[in-house]
Design a protein around this ligand. Structure first.
Ligand code: B1M
Length: 209
């Protein structure tokens, strides 16, 4: 089969074998790794989402594209990670809520937060509210960050917010993910919402004062 000609195309057609070489080519030309993710890989997977919504793509294509995106992201990730020492080591517990396995967005949010100097404890995906709250309490996290990509899993965010209140924890909860809106965040009593990873860093900073 013919391979993709650009990294966007690689994500869109799910050409996992060529994505790394294509990214390397861009990097060699001097591309900024963060921009590659934000302006090229993310829009490409969003295009895949649109094709899936329009029923031009089905689950196998979606899976192939997602896995290509993950391969590409894993390849640039080391370039995005800062090695420098940072003074601020506020702990943030991060998770994709129970029933939801979408973790690409959460991983990007986590990466940016740790780049900023926060100590991110990433609990992964499909994580029950109880585990999230237990881990936040045990690690004395100041922030809990929740991601949900499906309307069916959004209620798990509300559960987590309630549990934080029930346990009298002082940590703040911020939420995000494609289906989550500012209004929804407000309605469940979350302390913060952000539309993307860059805004997530700003919101966390604001919440910490
Ligand atoms: Co699925 N999926 N998926 N999927 N998938 C969506 C979310 C969907 C909208 C597609 C569609 O139907 N149009 C739809 C949900 C519909 C709905 O509820 N409204 C959907 C569905 C239905 C499903 C399955 C049920 C399909 C099936 O099996 N029939 C299944 C669910 C399995 C499960 O979770 N139990 C499923 C599976 C998958 C794959 C495994 C194939 C793959 C996920 C791979 C992975 O994550 N490891 C996948 C993908 C890739 C998508 C789409 C195409 C892309 C999601 C993505 O990664 N976007 C998606 C379509 C879409 O979103 N339009 C779709 C890129 C990512 C960078 O964006 O995650 O939004 P996002 O994160 C952003 C911001 O939202 C924000 O910052 C990030 C970076 O800027 N953000 C936060 C995210 N979390 C945040 C947290 C914060 C702050 C900001 O604070 C803590």
């Amino acid at each position: 089969k013919a391979g993709a000609k650009t990294m966007e195309e690689a994500v869109i057609i799910g050409d996992k074998d060529h994505i790394v070489a294509m990214i390397d080519e861009e990097l060699k030309k001097g591309a900024d790794p963060f921009e590659l993710v934000r302006e090229r890989l993310i829009p490409a997977i969003q295009k895949v989402g649109t094709l899936y919504e329009k029923k031009e793509y089905f689950l196998p294509q979606l899976l192939r594209s997602a896995s290509t995106m993950q391969t590409g992201f894993a390849h640039v990730k080391p370039l995005l990670e800062k090695s420098g020492q940072v003074a601020e080591r506020t702990k943030i517990v991060l998770a994709t809520v129970q029933g939801d396995i979408h973790d690409i967005g959460k991983n990007i949010v986590g990466l940016l937060l740790s780049n900023y100097g926060y100590d991110v404890i990433d609990l992964g995906k499909d994580v029950p509210a109880e585990t999230i709250v237990e881990q936040a309490a045990a690690s004395h996290a100041e922030i809990i960050g929740l991601s949900a990509l499906m309307t069916t899993t959004m209620p798990r965010m509300e559960e987590t917010v309630s549990l934080v209140k029930e346990k009298n924890l002082s940590c703040k909860v911020i939420v995000g993910g494609a289906v989550v809106t500012r209004e929804y965040a407000k309605s469940i009593g979350a302390d913060g919402y952000s539309v993307d990873a860059v805004e997530a860093v700003r919101v966390v900073k604001e919440l910490l004062g």
